[in-house]
Design a protein around this ligand. Structure first.
Ligand code: PBG
Length: 329
C-alpha cells in the first residue's frame, strides 16, 4: 500500500464536510441488501407481538399481504418464512414439516398466487419448528441423527419447491444435505430453484428470542452443539463452505452476524461467492432494548448493518428490514 506522510497528507480533509464524506464512502446500503424474516401463525386477523423481540410480530395468513406489500414498497428483494407451530402439531419426527397444508406451504401458495415473481421467497429447511423436542432433526439418545434426518429434509425441500419457494435454505447443519437436496430438486424438475446454504451456523447463544418466536424455546432440551458449529472455530467454517459449494450451494449464509464478521470476510476472499449475513434475533433484541432504554443511539442499527457490508456480505437477513427506509434515511 502506498500512503503519504503528515503534514502533506491529512486524512481529516476528506472527513470535514458531509458531501465529501459521502463522496469517499466505501460502503453503502440500499433496500436491495435486505431479506425480511416473517413469522407466521395460524388463525385469523392476528398480528401478535413477540415479547422477546420488540417491534417484531407474527402474522396470520390473512394478514400476510400487508407484510408483502410493505416489503415490495420498500423494494426488498426477498422475504424468509418462519412458522409458529402449535404444540398439538409437533411430534418427535417433525411430521408437520411434510404436511402440504402447513403454514409455510399455505403461505407460499398464497404469496405466489398473488405476487408471482415480484418478490423472492426463502424457506428454512430444518425440523425444529415442528419437533416436540425442538431439535432440527431426528433424535436418538440426545444425538441428532444425520443421514436419517437428511432423508426428511430432502422431502421438506422438494415440498417447498413444489409450493413455489424460490430459495431453499437448509439451516440444519447436517452433513451432506446440500448435495442430496440439489439432486432431488433436479430430478424432480426444480433445477432452477436456488439453494442458500446456512453453511456456517454456529451453536450460538444469540438464538433465544427466535426460538421463542417459533415456539420451540421452552421445549428444547439441551443444546445443538453436536451439529451446529463450535464458535471457537474458523478454519472449519471454510471447510463447511467448500463442501457446500461442491455439493451445489448457490449462496452461503453466516449466522449469527456481528460476532462472525471475520468469517464473512474470509469466505468472501477465498471463495468469491454470494455470502449472506444473518443478524439474528439475539443481536436484534440486544440492540433494540438498549436503544429503547436510551442507552444507545438508534444510529447504532445502521452502524451494525454497514459492518456486514464492509466485511463483504452481499445481503443481510435482518428483523429491521421492514423499517429500513427510516434506518437508511
Ligand atoms: C432453525 C433456525 C434458528 C434460527 C433460524 N433458523 C434457530 C436455531 O437453530 O435454534 C435462528 C434465527 C435467529 O435467531 O434470528 N434451524
Amino acid at each position: 500500500m502506498i500512503t503519504g506522510n503528515f503534514p502533506n497528507l491529512r486524512l481529516r480533509r476528506g472527513r470535514k464536510k458531509s458531501w465529501s464524506r459521502r463522496l469517499i464512502a466505501e460502503n453503502n446500503l440500499t433496500p436491495s441488501d435486505f431479506i425480511l424474516p416473517v413469522f407466521l401463525t395460524d388463525g385469523r386477523n392476528k398480528k401478535q407481538a413477540i415479547s422477546s423481540m420488540p417491534g417484531v410480530h407474527r402474522y396470520s395468513l390473512d394478514k400476510l399481504s400487508s407484510v408483502v406489500d410493505r416489503a415490495l414498497k420498500l423494494k426488498l428483494p426477498m422475504i424468509a418464512l418462519f412458522p409458529y407451530t402449535n404444540k398439538k402439531d409437533k411430534d418427535k419426527f417433525g411430521t408437520e414439516a411434510l404436511n402440504e397444508d402447513n403454514l409455510v406451504c399455505k403461505a407460499l401458495r398464497l404469496i405466489k398466487r398473488k405476487y408471482r415473481s415480484e418478490i423472492g421467497i426463502m424457506c428454512d429447511v430444518a425440523l425444529d419448528p415442528y419437533t416436540s423436542h425442538g431439535q432440527d432433526g431426528l433424535v436418538n439418545n440426545s444425538y441428532v441423527l444425520n443421514d436419517e434426518t437428511v432423508e426428511i429434509l430432502i422431502k421438506q425441500s422438494l415440498l417447498q419447491a413444489q409450493m413455489g419457494c424460490d430459495v431453499i435454505a437448509p439451516s440444519d447443519m447436517m452433513d451432506g444435505r446440500i448435495g442430496k437436496i440439489r439432486k432431488s430438486l433436479d430430478r424432480n424438475g426444480y433445477k432452477m430453484t436456488q439453494i442458500l446454504s446456512y453453511a456456517i451456523k454456529y451453536a450460538s447463544n444469540f438464538y433465544g428470542p427466535f426460538r421463542d418466536a417459533v415456539g420451540s424455546k421452552n421445549i428444547l432440551k439441551g443444546d445443538k452443539k453436536n451439529y451446529q458449529m463450535d464458535f471457537r472455530n474458523s478454519d472449519e467454517a471454510l471447510r463447511e463452505v467448500s463442501l457446500d459449494i461442491k455439493e451445489g450451494a448457490d449462496m452461503v449464509m453466516v449466522k449469527p452476524g456481528m460476532p462472525y464478521l471475520d468469517i464473512i470476510k474470509s469466505i468472501k476472499e477465498k471463495f468469491k461467492i454470494p455470502v449472506f449475513a444473518y443478524q439474528v434475533s439475539g443481536e436484534y433484541t440486544l440492540l433494540s432494548n438498549a436503544i429503547n432504554k436510551g442507552f444507545v443511539n438508534k444510529n447504532a442499527i445502521l452502524e451494525s448493518l454497514i459492518s456486514f457490508k464492509r466485511s463483504g456480505a452481499n445481503a443481510i437477513v435482518s428483523y429491521y428490514a421492514d423499517r429500513i427506509d427510516k434506518i437508511l434515511d
